[in-house]
Design a protein around this ligand. Structure first.
Ligand SMILES: CC(C)(COP(=O)(O)OP(=O)(O)OC[C@H]1O[C@@H](n2cnc3c(N)ncnc32)[C@H](O)[C@@H]1OP(=O)(O)O)[C@@H](O)C(=O)NCCC(=O)NCCS
Length: 171
């Protein structure tokens, strides 16, 4: 029997599940930071083994982005993905009833989400791949550059940026 419950995966669990569906593994440090920024996270368990996961990131009130919805291939097609989405939606609804959940997914996963009531949203999904160089002018945490002091460590959004992650190694 598969049980879905609130669970933030460890880095090892995260890497194991994403690798199982062929997603490239980010660095351990990137995984740690990404997981720490999670707002809602659920896991699907068969006994003690994690066989599926899904997370929501965002601001906790207005913007909810569904990410990392993954079911181990051996357990796909058994309604585990649907149960994960249902659990995530329940958790988001309890925090912010009537809010909208957003996600980006590969086209092969569109029928899965459509079956759960998701629809293509009006507007255009835009993206920009930023430079791998850590040097950018006008950083908010550098008053000498931007003139805006954002260095109060007790205020989450003013905390100095952590050192930039190293760009992934090119094989
Ligand atoms: C997408 C994914 C999470 C679905 O999980 P799952 O446990 O297999 O999904 P379910 O068993 O709950 O499927 C629910 C319904 O969606 C359908 N469905 C699931 N994946 C589908 C696919 N790729 N194409 C068409 N239909 C699909 C199922 O047939 C089922 O339909 P039914 O209710 O009529 O029987 C899983 O396939 C996966 O981990 N894929 C790789 C990672 C990925 O792409 N994640 C999404 C990124 S945001």
């Amino acid at each position: 029997m598969i049980e879905v419950r609130c669970h933030l995966p460890s880095v090892a669990e995260y890497v194991a599940l994403t690798s199982a569906v062929g997603w490239p593994a980010p660095s351990e440090e990137a995984c740690e930071r990404a997981l720490a920024a999670t707002v809602v996270s659920v896991g699907a368990f068969e006994g003690t083994r994690l066989v599926g996961m899904g997370r929501v990131v965002g601001d906790g009130a207005e913007n909810w982005l569904l990410v990392d919805v993954v079911v181990d291939p051996q357990h796909q097609g058994r309604s585990v993905g649907s149960a994960l989405i249902d659990a995530l939606e329940t958790e988001v609804s309890n925090r912010s009833p009537g809010s909208t959940v957003l996600l980006f997914c590969p086209s092969r996963a569109v029928p899965f989400y459509e079956g759960l009531g998701y629809e293509a949203a009006p507007g255009t999904f835009m993206r920009k791949v930023l430079s791998t160089s850590p040097e950018r002018p006008g950083r908010m945490d550098d008053p000498a550059r931007s003139g805006r002091a954002c260095g109060d460590p007790s205020v989450p959004w003013q905390r100095a940026a952590p050192p930039p992650l190293r760009p992934p190694a090119i094989p």
